[in-house]
Design a protein around this ligand. Structure first.
Ligand SMILES: [Zn+2]
Length: 223
Protein backbone atom coordinates (compact mmCIF):
# COMPACT_ATOMS: atom_id res chain seq x y z
CA UNK A 1 0.00 0.00 0.00
CA UNK A 2 2.86 2.36 0.84
CA UNK A 3 4.04 1.91 -2.74
CA UNK A 4 0.69 3.23 -4.00
CA UNK A 5 0.73 6.29 -1.71
CA UNK A 6 4.23 7.09 -2.89
CA UNK A 7 3.02 6.58 -6.43
CA UNK A 8 0.31 9.22 -5.97
CA UNK A 9 2.92 11.76 -4.87
CA UNK A 10 5.04 10.92 -7.89
CA UNK A 11 2.04 11.09 -10.20
CA UNK A 12 1.17 14.56 -8.96
CA UNK A 13 4.73 15.79 -9.34
CA UNK A 14 5.79 14.10 -12.56
CA UNK A 15 2.68 13.16 -14.56
CA UNK A 16 -0.15 15.48 -13.59
CA UNK A 17 1.65 18.78 -14.01
CA UNK A 18 2.69 18.30 -17.64
CA UNK A 19 -0.89 17.32 -18.47
CA UNK A 20 -2.61 19.83 -16.23
CA UNK A 21 -4.33 21.55 -19.16
CA UNK A 22 -5.74 18.25 -20.37
CA UNK A 23 -7.04 17.31 -16.92
CA UNK A 24 -8.67 20.73 -16.52
CA UNK A 25 -10.34 20.34 -19.89
CA UNK A 26 -11.51 16.81 -18.96
CA UNK A 27 -13.12 18.23 -15.83
CA UNK A 28 -15.71 19.85 -18.11
CA UNK A 29 -16.67 16.55 -19.76
CA UNK A 30 -15.45 13.44 -21.56
CA UNK A 31 -15.69 12.47 -25.22
CA UNK A 32 -13.89 9.11 -25.44
CA UNK A 33 -13.98 7.54 -28.91
CA UNK A 34 -13.49 3.97 -27.74
CA UNK A 35 -15.10 1.58 -25.30
CA UNK A 36 -12.40 -0.87 -24.21
CA UNK A 37 -13.66 -4.08 -22.59
CA UNK A 38 -11.00 -6.26 -21.04
CA UNK A 39 -10.19 -8.64 -18.20
CA UNK A 40 -9.56 -7.45 -14.65
CA UNK A 41 -6.19 -9.21 -14.75
CA UNK A 42 -3.49 -7.04 -13.15
CA UNK A 43 -1.09 -7.68 -16.02
CA UNK A 44 -3.10 -5.67 -18.55
CA UNK A 45 -2.85 -1.89 -18.76
CA UNK A 46 -5.18 -0.69 -21.56
CA UNK A 47 -3.83 2.86 -21.58
CA UNK A 48 -0.21 1.72 -21.60
CA UNK A 49 -0.59 -0.84 -24.37
CA UNK A 50 -2.45 1.60 -26.61
CA UNK A 51 -0.39 4.62 -25.53
CA UNK A 52 -3.66 6.46 -24.91
CA UNK A 53 -4.26 9.34 -22.54
CA UNK A 54 -6.85 10.13 -19.90
CA UNK A 55 -10.14 10.80 -21.67
CA UNK A 56 -9.41 8.49 -24.62
CA UNK A 57 -10.74 5.13 -23.42
CA UNK A 58 -13.97 4.33 -21.60
CA UNK A 59 -13.01 1.10 -19.87
CA UNK A 60 -15.07 -1.85 -18.66
CA UNK A 61 -13.23 -4.62 -16.87
CA UNK A 62 -14.32 -7.89 -15.32
CA UNK A 63 -13.06 -11.44 -14.94
CA UNK A 64 -12.82 -12.89 -18.44
CA UNK A 65 -13.84 -9.74 -20.41
CA UNK A 66 -17.38 -11.07 -20.46
CA UNK A 67 -20.46 -9.29 -21.84
CA UNK A 68 -23.67 -10.87 -20.53
CA UNK A 69 -26.20 -10.97 -23.38
CA UNK A 70 -29.37 -8.88 -23.40
CA UNK A 71 -31.86 -10.27 -20.91
CA UNK A 72 -29.24 -11.64 -18.51
CA UNK A 73 -29.57 -10.69 -14.83
CA UNK A 74 -29.22 -6.95 -14.35
CA UNK A 75 -25.58 -6.09 -13.99
CA UNK A 76 -23.20 -3.22 -14.43
CA UNK A 77 -21.97 -4.41 -17.81
CA UNK A 78 -25.13 -3.64 -19.81
CA UNK A 79 -25.45 -0.24 -18.13
CA UNK A 80 -21.81 0.65 -18.74
CA UNK A 81 -21.97 -0.38 -22.40
CA UNK A 82 -25.28 1.43 -22.95
CA UNK A 83 -23.84 4.59 -21.45
CA UNK A 84 -20.76 4.40 -23.66
CA UNK A 85 -22.61 3.55 -26.88
CA UNK A 86 -25.86 5.53 -26.56
CA UNK A 87 -24.75 8.22 -24.11
CA UNK A 88 -21.17 9.05 -25.02
CA UNK A 89 -21.46 7.90 -28.62
CA UNK A 90 -18.18 6.00 -28.81
CA UNK A 91 -17.21 5.04 -32.37
CA UNK A 92 -15.43 1.77 -31.62
CA UNK A 93 -15.84 -1.05 -29.13
CA UNK A 94 -12.90 -3.35 -28.47
CA UNK A 95 -13.18 -6.61 -26.55
CA UNK A 96 -9.64 -7.51 -25.53
CA UNK A 97 -8.84 -10.94 -24.11
CA UNK A 98 -5.33 -11.91 -23.06
CA UNK A 99 -2.93 -14.83 -22.93
CA UNK A 100 -2.81 -16.95 -19.75
CA UNK A 101 -6.28 -15.77 -18.67
CA UNK A 102 -7.18 -17.36 -15.33
CA UNK A 103 -10.90 -16.93 -15.99
CA UNK A 104 -10.61 -18.92 -19.23
CA UNK A 105 -8.63 -21.63 -17.45
CA UNK A 106 -11.39 -21.76 -14.81
CA UNK A 107 -14.01 -21.97 -17.55
CA UNK A 108 -12.39 -25.07 -19.04
CA UNK A 109 -11.48 -26.60 -15.66
CA UNK A 110 -14.53 -25.91 -13.45
CA UNK A 111 -12.94 -27.80 -10.53
CA UNK A 112 -10.51 -24.87 -10.21
CA UNK A 113 -13.37 -22.52 -9.33
CA UNK A 114 -15.53 -25.01 -7.40
CA UNK A 115 -14.93 -23.12 -4.14
CA UNK A 116 -15.69 -19.75 -5.78
CA UNK A 117 -19.46 -19.90 -6.43
CA UNK A 118 -19.76 -16.31 -7.65
CA UNK A 119 -16.95 -16.85 -10.15
CA UNK A 120 -18.46 -20.15 -11.32
CA UNK A 121 -21.85 -18.46 -11.84
CA UNK A 122 -20.25 -15.51 -13.67
CA UNK A 123 -18.42 -17.86 -16.03
CA UNK A 124 -21.85 -19.20 -17.01
CA UNK A 125 -21.97 -16.19 -19.38
CA UNK A 126 -19.11 -17.87 -21.24
CA UNK A 127 -20.80 -21.26 -21.47
CA UNK A 128 -21.00 -20.87 -25.25
CA UNK A 129 -17.21 -20.46 -25.33
CA UNK A 130 -16.75 -23.58 -23.21
CA UNK A 131 -19.02 -25.60 -25.48
CA UNK A 132 -17.38 -24.40 -28.71
CA UNK A 133 -13.92 -25.22 -27.36
CA UNK A 134 -14.92 -28.57 -25.89
CA UNK A 135 -16.60 -29.71 -29.12
CA UNK A 136 -14.11 -28.29 -31.63
CA UNK A 137 -10.66 -28.11 -30.04
CA UNK A 138 -10.16 -31.60 -28.68
CA UNK A 139 -6.86 -31.75 -30.61
CA UNK A 140 -5.32 -28.96 -28.50
CA UNK A 141 -3.98 -28.97 -24.96
CA UNK A 142 -1.91 -26.82 -22.58
CA UNK A 143 -1.21 -23.22 -23.61
CA UNK A 144 -2.62 -23.73 -27.09
CA UNK A 145 -5.95 -24.78 -25.62
CA UNK A 146 -5.98 -21.74 -23.31
CA UNK A 147 -5.16 -19.47 -26.26
CA UNK A 148 -7.92 -21.00 -28.38
CA UNK A 149 -10.34 -20.51 -25.47
CA UNK A 150 -9.28 -16.87 -25.07
CA UNK A 151 -9.74 -16.26 -28.80
CA UNK A 152 -13.11 -18.01 -29.03
CA UNK A 153 -14.32 -16.17 -25.95
CA UNK A 154 -13.55 -12.81 -27.54
CA UNK A 155 -15.72 -13.83 -30.52
CA UNK A 156 -18.51 -15.16 -28.30
CA UNK A 157 -18.54 -11.97 -26.25
CA UNK A 158 -18.66 -9.90 -29.46
CA UNK A 159 -21.79 -11.87 -30.35
CA UNK A 160 -23.25 -11.14 -26.90
CA UNK A 161 -22.42 -7.48 -27.40
CA UNK A 162 -24.52 -7.42 -30.59
CA UNK A 163 -27.58 -8.56 -28.62
CA UNK A 164 -27.59 -5.37 -26.54
CA UNK A 165 -30.24 -3.02 -27.98
CA UNK A 166 -28.10 0.12 -27.94
CA UNK A 167 -25.30 -1.71 -29.79
CA UNK A 168 -27.65 -3.36 -32.30
CA UNK A 169 -29.20 -0.02 -33.12
CA UNK A 170 -25.84 1.67 -33.77
CA UNK A 171 -24.74 -1.29 -35.92
CA UNK A 172 -27.86 -0.89 -38.06
CA UNK A 173 -27.01 2.79 -38.45
CA UNK A 174 -23.50 1.73 -39.49
CA UNK A 175 -21.59 4.11 -37.27
CA UNK A 176 -20.21 1.70 -34.66
CA UNK A 177 -17.33 -0.71 -35.21
CA UNK A 178 -16.68 -3.81 -33.11
CA UNK A 179 -13.20 -5.25 -32.71
CA UNK A 180 -11.91 -8.46 -31.13
CA UNK A 181 -8.38 -8.29 -29.78
CA UNK A 182 -6.06 -10.60 -27.84
CA UNK A 183 -3.11 -9.18 -25.90
CA UNK A 184 -0.17 -11.50 -25.52
CA UNK A 185 1.25 -10.27 -22.26
CA UNK A 186 4.58 -12.09 -22.47
CA UNK A 187 5.52 -10.39 -25.76
CA UNK A 188 3.45 -7.19 -25.67
CA UNK A 189 1.89 -8.11 -29.02
CA UNK A 190 -1.74 -7.40 -29.82
CA UNK A 191 -3.68 -9.56 -32.27
CA UNK A 192 -6.97 -8.54 -33.86
CA UNK A 193 -9.66 -10.75 -35.29
CA UNK A 194 -9.74 -10.25 -39.04
CA UNK A 195 -13.10 -11.43 -40.42
CA UNK A 196 -11.76 -11.46 -43.98
CA UNK A 197 -9.43 -14.35 -43.10
CA UNK A 198 -11.29 -15.77 -40.09
CA UNK A 199 -8.20 -15.54 -37.89
CA UNK A 200 -6.51 -13.37 -35.31
CA UNK A 201 -3.65 -11.52 -36.99
CA UNK A 202 -1.02 -9.05 -35.78
CA UNK A 203 -2.73 -5.74 -35.35
CA UNK A 204 -0.52 -4.15 -38.05
CA UNK A 205 -1.86 -6.66 -40.61
CA UNK A 206 -5.43 -6.13 -39.56
CA UNK A 207 -8.05 -5.17 -42.14
CA UNK A 208 -10.03 -2.54 -40.36
CA UNK A 209 -13.64 -3.76 -40.32
CA UNK A 210 -16.67 -1.79 -41.33
CA UNK A 211 -19.48 -2.60 -38.95
CA UNK A 212 -19.69 -6.06 -37.49
CA UNK A 213 -17.73 -9.19 -38.25
CA UNK A 214 -19.70 -12.42 -38.32
CA UNK A 215 -17.42 -14.91 -40.07
CA UNK A 216 -16.42 -17.89 -37.92
CA UNK A 217 -12.81 -18.84 -37.73
CA UNK A 218 -10.99 -22.07 -38.26
CA UNK A 219 -10.59 -24.17 -35.16
CA UNK A 220 -7.02 -23.54 -34.14
CA UNK A 221 -5.12 -21.35 -31.71
CA UNK A 222 -3.68 -18.79 -34.04
CA UNK A 223 -1.33 -16.67 -31.97
ZN1 LIG B 1 -8.09 -12.79 -17.68
Amino acid sequence: MQKLIQGIHQFQEENFRPLQGLFEQLATGQTPETLFITCSDSRIDPNLLTRSRPGDLFILRNAGNIVPPHGAANGGEAATIEFAVAGLGVKDVIICGHSHCGAMKGLMQPEQVASLPAVAAWLGHAETTRRIVKDNYAHLDGDRLVTATVEENVLVQLENLRTLPAVASRLVRGDLRLHGWVYKLETGEVFAYDPTVGQFVRVAEYHYPRGEAAVRRRTDATI
